[in-house]
Design a protein around this ligand. Sequence first.
Ligand SMILES: Nc1nc2c(ncn2[C@@H]2O[C@H](COP(=O)(O)OP(=O)(O)OP(=O)(O)O)[C@@H](O)[C@H]2O)c(=O)[nH]1
Ligand SMILES: [Mg+2]
Length: 318
Amino acid sequence: MTVLDRFFEKDRAALSRIISFIENREDGYLRLLSRLYPNCGKGYKIGITGPPGAGKSTLVDKLASYYLEEGHSVGIIAVDPTSPFTGGALLGDRIRMQELSGKGEVFIRSMATRGSGGGLAAATREVSMVMDAFGCDIVIIETVGVGQVELDIAEVCNTTVVVLVPESGDGVQTLKAGLMEIANIFAVNKADRQGSGRLVSEIRHMLDTRQKRDDWNLPVVKTEAVNNVGIEGLKGKIDLHREFLLSQKSAEERLMERARYELNMITRNRIIDTVVPELLDEQTVNYYARIISEGEVDPYSVAEELVSGIDIKKKVKV
Ligand SMILES: Nc1nc2c(ncn2[C@@H]2O[C@H](COP(=O)(O)OP(=O)(O)OP(=O)(O)O)[C@@H](O)[C@H]2O)c(=O)[nH]1
Ligand SMILES: [Mg+2]
């Protein structure tokens, strides 16, 4: 029996092996992903993002409990672009898993730095795909809201919750605009702390003054993750957003949209992974950088020359 056979028989160890295989980009991982692809698309992906220490993990665990109690199987991915650790054997994951596993089928995986930020977002998307194919009908992705990785990961999620806390600074102005743009729901966590009412008003005010993207009325909910207060309400809003998305497009439209997005994303990533390093090896970069810096040529002409010289069919081989 192969690992893949065991994976399809819902063997947790096989799931773990396959995630590592894909995370480490081992030989044949693209073929593996294309084997899994037909089994994907049923899992609902929820992003939970916000500043460090906002209570995201606490909130994710409480939220997961509600889904587990409803009989869903839940995958949790904790992405930390600043952490050097990875691999799913983290002590924290074990403890979290112990606490949650009594309630139903749950799988937790931590992911950390892997070279470039784009690589981490792509790996997160793939790991969420694997959990989806495994049968997790809810996949929750926790990210520390600091940069491009979070924005890329939000693209993968159906619903993104931005978690803010009263102490996160001089209100919402300090938060990067990008983070605000990706929110489908705001959660003001640590509502037991002073200033949460003010933060809720500030967020509502900000939402009133900006142009709406669609007909979705962006909710702002108060939570106390550590006390399990407000989580059910948050879950209600997530479910409502899911219904909203379903009402916006037909099943065919959604499938087309997903296919279009994935084809774009996968092809771009393949080009970046294969063609770019070959075109721009260190020696080439140094050579052109020197003659550009000496004013001999300009970078536009060099880029044009480099790109016109590639035979894309030969370079991108799966
Ligand atoms: N007072 C209060 N503390 C909370 C609440 N929710 C979480 N905390 C605490 O805040 C601290 C950070 O919680 P985490 O869940 O680890 O926060 P996080 O956002 O996942 O942190 P990072 O992943 O490190 O960015 C812990 O000590 C929690 O117990 C809350 O509603 N009120
Ligand atoms: Mg955390």
